[in-house]
Every structure is written in structure tokens, then in C-alpha cells.
Design a protein around this ligand. Sequence first.
Ligand code: SF4
Length: 328
Amino acid sequence: MTLDFEKQKLVEELKRIKPKRVLVQLAEGIKQNSNEIADIIEPLGIEVIFSGETSWGACSVAVHEAKELNCDLIVHFGHAKFIDVDFPILYIEVKDILNLEPLLKKSLKELKEFHTIGLSYSIQHRHEIENIVKFYEKNRKKVILSKKSGHAAYEGHIVGCEYSGLKLIEKEVDAFVIIGNNFHSMGAALSVAKPVMLLDVYNDEVKNVEKLREKILKQRAISIQKLRDAKNVGIIIEVKPGQKFGNPKYLVTKLKEQGKNPIVITMSEVTTDKIMNFYNIDAFIELACPRIAIDDFAKYPKPILTFKEALVALNVKTWEEILKIGIV
Ligand code: SF4
């Protein structure tokens, strides 16, 4: 796999903005490329500081760090813009240069019975989307890109916590094809009722992720029951600018109404160690990234629920209502 760091755009933008000191955030998979990035930016006479904190999405733009370190710009690599913040940010989305044709050919067998495909891609494959659409059309498929909705930056763009753009086209398609990795396809499978195929570009595989959906939904139902049985409940709120999924005050009121003892806890990142230290807490509701509760289910010693799941446990919504809008 070759990565394209969009050097021309990066240099042009930096020359235009003229920052003196920049904070560089690299998505987790590209932190190893920090020297290469420094070699592009430093010759422009700009001081570079790399953030060593995790950067799982553009929800976690490091505004606080940048301000503390007197930086005048954040250069955020590997994600598209997610939210507006009160600090200048240059987004470099980074392209994966891959030959997708063999995988697309392979996918035709799996897609045999589907005529209209809903197509979504993770940001590193945006530059390929025209070719992908042409390929399927040449093979007599109708392609509809998921809508640009919510946190999605473009038509067809998929984000791990935003599937409304897929839901908006669900009625028109027979199946969804996700160009990317397990993370995005699993989120899609939990959000739509139509079949979801992953074109796993990193493992060169075509996967139907439907079975995974059933397994995860069962796990989520168990966590919901555990919150119903819990006495002491921790509501985790994140300090990352884009990770505000739900209203903690509302939850405190609802939990108290049901005889539970809620506390609100802030974390810069949810980890097993931090969770373990609150050993008096029976269950947690996290209002940070909804994927922490869903994907890392097995990692934590205590049940952790998303805001939507908590609404089910508290009888504000039914499980069926949440499934209809998508659990992510
Ligand atoms: S909130 Fe989670 S899923 Fe959404 S962009 Fe951030 S890390 Fe990704």
C-alpha cells in the first residue's frame, strides 16, 4: 500500500496560511510516517510538534493542546472535517493508492443477486470512487452513493458514528457495498437492514457482514439488561470536541427517577485501567464515541452502553425504535 500525503496541497496551504508553529495530528495507522511529514513541513521554516495522543477520528481535533502549546495551526492527517471548532485546522485526508480492480471483480460474484447497490467509502478511497462507480455500471449494476448527511463530509463518505446517509438511500437499494475496513462495514450493518458487503481493501477480501450484526445485537441486549440491574452508574463524558453524543444532565435525572446513583465522569480517552479504578460503579454510559461501547465490548470488565442504549434501558425508547434509527 502506498500513501499519498497530498504534498502539493499541504505545501500550498502552509505557504498561504504562514503558520509559525503547527501541531500535527496523525491518524493511528500513519503515526509511523511522522519523519516524512516533518521533512515536508520543516523546510518551509515552520516549527512542528507531533501530537502523541490518539487520533481515531476528526472528532478528536487537538484544539486544547494546540492552544496550550502556542501553535497557530493544527494539521490533521487522515480524516475529513467533522465539526466546526474555534481554531484553524488544515485537513489532509491522505489517499491510499491501491489497485482495486481485482477486488471489485471478486465482489461481482457476491453481488450477483443484487441490482442496485448503495455505495460508501472511507475517506482514503475517495479519489477512486468515480472508477468504482464506472466499474459497477459497466457490469450492469445501478450505483447510488450514500447521502452527505450529518458528519459525513461528502456524498458516499462513511464515518464510524454516522450512518444516516446510508439510511436515506436504504429503500432504493438491494444491498450496500462498503469500500474500507471492518470498522465501517460493521457500523453500517448495525444501522441498515439490507445486506452489507465489505470490500476489505487491506486483506483483499469480500465479506458479507450480516452474521456479525446478530452477534453484536445479542451482546448489546445483555448490556442493556445489566444497566437495568445496576445501582451505581457512571456517565462518561469526553473532552474531545466532536465526542458529545448525548445529554448527561438528562441521564442523571432519568437514572435518579429510577432509584439509581449516577455520577458524571470526564475522561480524555476511555481505557480499561480508568474503568477498573471506578470499581464501585456497576455499569457505565459513555457519551463519547459510540463505537467504544459497541466494538470494545469484550475489553472492559464492566458493561458500557451508548446513549441510545441507555434510553432503552431506562424505558424512554424501545429497542425496536433504536434498531429502526440504527444503534450507532
Ligand atoms: S466519534 Fe468515534 S466513530 Fe465518530 S469519528 Fe470519532 S472516533 Fe470515529
